[in-house]
Design a binder for this molecule. Structure first.
Ligand SMILES: Nc1ncnc2c1ncn2[C@@H]1O[C@H](COP(=O)(O)OP(=O)(O)OP(=O)(O)O)[C@@H](O)[C@H]1O
Ligand SMILES: [Mg+2]
Length: 233
């Protein structure tokens, strides 16, 4: 039997606005989603449907109201909805990678170190982590003269490519992508498409938000309509 890399069961999430009279905003309820190794699922639906909320929940950035988020980690299913913080850190280190829409720039840290960091944390020797970081930066067309600089002054597209390099430097079994190609030109978009396809071929389970139809068609195996799980307040 094939075990899903991600198995979301009856997940419900609402936000409570404590500073605005405790108004409750339901986002989704009873949501089920399974993603297998080598599969890419594209979260779909209108603005406000809850795509980003679901993706962040899968990275345990948000605490769901109820339900389970089972992720295969070291051969065992871990429920990220109820996992202790230290366990979440473990799962993020070795199993689940996440490309946010924008790079969180750390002042004064050189680009190459930012990209190599997840590989070092994952356990690769420093030289190998640096070599992998260099390969990805080259592939993503970040000129070598920029590698020793902090990305704070980089363009939006350059920062996004550094962000992508950082998340592909480790072969995570699960990859979560929030509009990874939003600020890229056509040539770099193709490179990201190739990276995602290679990850799928290695068996990575991918969940992403891709507004670009070209990217979606090139990488997604199926669309997942988030809005179908909307519930009234
Ligand atoms: N941190 C938050 N606090 C309160 N409400 C939130 C929060 N994040 C999202 N929401 C609400 O949850 C709903 C879903 O938002 P979400 O960002 O997940 O939508 P989306 O499908 O990603 O939309 P878009 O395509 O515009 O990015 C919206 O109504 C939004 O106002
Ligand atoms: Mg969004």
């Amino acid at each position: 039997m094939m075990v899903a890399r991600i198995d979301v069961r009856s997940l419900s999430k609402s936000f409570t606005l404590h500073t605005q009279g405790g108004v409750r905003i339901p986002v989704f309820a009873g949501l089920d989603l399974r993603v297998h190794a080598g599969e890419c699922v594209c979260l779909h639906g209108p603005s406000g449907a809850g795509k980003s909320t679901l993706l962040r929940s899968l990275y345990a950035n948000y605490k769901p109201d109820s339900g389970e988020i089972l992720v295969m980690h070291d051969g065992a299913a871990i429920d990220l909805a109820s996992a202790e913080p230290w366990r979440v850190v473990e799962v993020r280190r070795r199993t689940v990678g996440y490309v946010s829409q924008f790079l969180r720039v750390i002042p004064r840290v050189p680009t190459r170190d930012i990209v190599a960091e997840p590989a070092r944390i994952w356990g690769l020797p420093g030289e190998e982590a640096d070599a992998r970081a260099g390969d990805l930066l080259s592939r993503l067309n970040i000129p070598r003269r920029l590698w020793s600089l902090a990305p704070a002054t980089f363009s939006g597209g350059e920062q996004q490519r550094v962000n992508i390099a950082r998340s592909f430097v480790v072969d995570y079994p699960v990859l979560l992508l929030d509009e990874p190609t939003a600020s890229l030109d056509a040539a770099n978009r193709q490179i990201v498409i190739a990276l995602i396809r290679e990850a799928k071929a290695r068996g990575t389970a991918v969940v992403g938000i891709f507004h670009d139809a070209e990217v979606r068609e090139a990488v997604a195996d199926r669309l997942f309509e988030v809005a179908q799980f909307q519930r009234a307040a």
